[in-house]
Design a protein around this ligand. Structure first.
Ligand SMILES: Cc1ncc(COP(=O)(O)O)c(C=O)c1O
Length: 409
């Protein structure tokens, strides 16, 4: 196990709050923030354009981050395509593959909207979408075998659910997918950086920079086993070697899939963050997070009136408090003890709705959380319920906010 006290010094905000909303986004270490500041103060230039010293330095640093991510995954740098987020990575695949009417895509019933809507959008092109069922948050590979056909081109599956933290057998699923002549697209938003991830059998892996990898927001990446399988879905500067009004010559991958100026400070901030995760080690992180998830599960189980929707030991723990709206619980936890958790459908509405109407309260841990923090969550919940008079009108209703309507459910 790594030195938790030393690690927490990298995240000063952890002295102010109990941050348990890591499935939404994690905190970024000081070393990344400093690298971003150095970029702005010392050498800000554009990436891949220009021969002057600032442009050269910027390009070198961005490529170092690409190499860092590739090494972390066991990939080649050319197999890493920077995007703005996980969503961008999945869209790069859904828009970059060639489709014909009658093709089929299978998604699981557990998916985040980001690994569902890009595929559903293909219906406009005559692509059929099938939904693979789950049992208690787990997809049985036999269900994939049952549904896959000769027309299936893609099977899209999340490696770890962002609602209940369940882990899917992607290797076994990949074998079935490949035997049927299709490709597997793995949504690694919740797995990369949290558990060891083996890319050997993956055709595409969508990665969040701002979750398990501890990077800044606004960066994601796609790992593509063969990026040449993808066509460009956006065009522009940085993707070409020559242009005339008659003809365009594209640069090789990954450049032709990365049009326009990327999130340079974000990409530069990724390098030190990935190095930190690598130093801690994915195995050690997974063990630590599992221990925290288990401790929290056991503590919540002892509190009456709490329904736990995640299996014991997952790092993403969804629960409901009978009689109290999840938003109310989340807001109250913040007010009572500066505890930050997420409430709602977690942008995975079909899955969340399959076991609750109003959504869940979700506590999700990261490498820097402590057992003391998850125990404070349980104690605060107990205190909240002790004070609660179930017959009274709630005195405490979160203010409807201006973006309520557009809010990700
Ligand atoms: C499983 C899963 N997939 C996709 C996403 C979307 O990630 P991003 O916001 O980086 O696009 C999330 C975000 O929470 C997620 O948890």
């Amino acid at each position: 196990m790594y030195d938790l006290t030393a690690l927490r010094e990298e995240f000063p905000v952890l002295e102010e709050v109990i941050y348990l909303d890591n499935a939404a986004t994690t905190q970024t270490p000081v070393r990344s923030v400093e690298a971003i500041c150095d970029f702005f103060y010392e050498y800000a230039g554009n990436y891949g354009r220009g021969t002057h010293r600032l442009a050269r330095e910027t390009t070198i640093r961005c490529e170092e981050s690409r190499e860092e991510l590739a090494t972390f995954l066991g990939a080649y740098p050319e197999q890493i395509i920077w995007t703005g987020n996980t969503t961008g990575a999945i869209n790069l695949v859904s828009q970059g593959l060639a489709w014909k009417k009658g093709d089929e895509v299978l998604c699981t019933a557990l998916e985040h909207h980001s690994n569902l809507l890009p595929w559903m959008a293909l219906k406009k092109r005559g692509v059929k979408i099938g939904i693979i069922p789950h049992e208690g948050g787990y997809v049985d590979p036999d269900s994939v075998s049952d549904m896959i056909t000769g027309k299936t081109r893609v099977v899209a599956v999340t490696q770890m659910s962002n609602v209940t933290g369940t882990i899917q057998p992607v290797d076994e699923i990949a074998d079935i997918v490949h035997d049927a002549g299709a490709v597997i697209v793995v949504d690694g938003a919740q797995s990369v950086g949290h558990i060891p991830v083996d890319i050997t059998k993956m055709d595409y892996l969508a990665i969040a920079g701002h979750k398990g990898l501890l990077g800044p927001q606004g960066v994601g990446a796609l790992y593509a086993e063969d990026p040449a399988t993808l066509s460009e879905s956006q065009y522009g500067g940085g993707t070409v070697t020559s242009v005339s009004f008659e003809e365009v010559t594209l640069r090789p991958v990954p450049a032709r899939l990365e049009p326009g100026t990327p999130n340079i400070p974000g990409i530069i901030g990724m390098g030190p963050a990935i190095r930190l995760v690598d130093e801690l080690g994915a195995e050690a992180i997974a063990d630590h997070e599992e221990a925290l998830g288990t401790a929290l599960f056991d503590a919540l189980e002892e509190i009456g009136l709490v329904d736990i929707f995640s299996p014991r030991g997952t790092p993403v723990l969804s629960f409901g408090v009978q009689g109290l709206h999840p938003d109310l619980v989340a807001t109250r936890l913040d007010d009572m003890a500066a505890i930050c958790v997420r409430s709602g459908m977690h942008c995975a509405e079909p899955y969340a709705r399959s076991f609750c109407d109003q959504g869940t309260v979700r506590a999700s841990v990261a490498c820097y959380n402590t057992e003391e923090e998850v125990m404070i969550l349980a104690d605060t919940l107990r205190e909240m319920l002790d004070e609660w008079d179930p017959d009274s009108e709630p005195d405490y209703v979160p203010e409807p906010d201006p973006w309520e309507k557009s809010k990700c459910p």
